[in-house]
Design a protein. Structure first.
Length: 287
């Protein structure tokens, strides 16, 4: 984990950023171990101390305003290990950005206090082999959304074990996990793409602000998000989305002499369905 600060471009105040990093290194074949020994391989990497190493890199790139996104930072980490250690043949880096936002009241921002705002966590996964370019994935996770109507599930296949009733109107709640792969690297505006995908997720889930949009199934909403994302963002090659059902059921209050008209709902975490799908671009002919 690295917490760092940099000066915001439009003000003199510092911007608070926290990133959590996991780095995995793959080493060359055992013949290298015989020549330089296990201890040297291990110590040469451990003495870098991953936290210190990534902290120094964050400080260096921060000084020169080079950390424009967690994706570029992850690529820098890959490049560092591959260029510094000739027995490292593959680097995998996972980075997630913790969403901190400055305290604000009546339009006035606090001089040094921040609040954690979990409205979707930005993460990335970058993998690079010594002999190839980086493969870059970005994603959104921990984005909890709910709408109280404009959702249903009817006409699905049933068998003798089916207990789920058909419903025309229900509460739709989920926690979005969305990950996509880029077909190119250095020339992408990763921050802009991430914001665009997040906007599409919210748009297709909720619909227009004045009337919403009906969702006939979680599967349909998931697919619509993917199709719109790939149609508007040519830098994305494929997209995977997972939407677990977070169920809310009406509570029977008849024994208390009360009529509950879908006003008090009980959340149930088990059992639940996890709807997952991946959409890829069609391969074009090279002939």
């Amino acid at each position: 984990m690295v917490l760092y600060f940099k000066e915001a471009l439009l003000s003199n105040r510092l911007q608070c950023n926290q990133i959590n990093i996991l780095t995995t290194l793959a080493l060359d074949q055992m013949k290298n171990v015989a020549s330089i020994g296990f201890a040297q391989i291990i110590l040469s990497l451990e003495t870098e101390s991953e936290v210190e190493n990534e902290g120094k890199m964050a400080h260096y790139h921060n000084d020169y305003q080079k950390i424009k996104s967690i994706e570029t930072f992850a690529m820098n980490i890959c490049e560092h290990f591959l260029s510094s250690f000739n027995h490292v043949i593959r680097v995998q880096v996972y980075v997630e950005e913790v969403p901190w936002k400055r305290f604000e009241k009546n339009g006035v921002k606090h001089v040094h206090a921040f609040i954690h705002t979990p409205t979707g966590t930005h993460f990335c996964e970058v993998e690079q082999l010594r002999s190839g370019p980086p493969v870059i994935h970005s994603g959104i996770k921990d984005l909890k959304v709910l709408k109280t109507t404009q959702s249903g599930f009817e006409g699905f296949l049933k068998d003798q074990f089916t207990t789920l009733p058909e419903v025309k109107d229900r509460c739709f709640a989920t926690q979005v996990y969305c990950k996509w792969r880029y077909h190119q690297g250095r020339d992408v505006d990763f921050e802009a793409t991430w914001e665009a995908v997040r906007g599409i997720v919210l748009k297709k889930f909720a619909g227009p602000y004045d009337k919403g949009e009906y969702s006939p199934s979680v599967q349909k909403t998931l697919y619509d998000i993917q199709v719109l994302s790939l149609s508007q963002l040519p830098e994305i090659e494929d997209m995977e989305i997972s939407l677990p059902n977070i169920h809310y059921f009406n509570i029977d209050m008849s024994k208390m002499g009360l009529i509950n008209k879908e006003e008090v709902l009980l959340p149930l975490d088990n059992p639940y369905g996890r709807i997952t799908g991946t959409v890829k671009r069609k391969l074009t002919s090279r002939l």
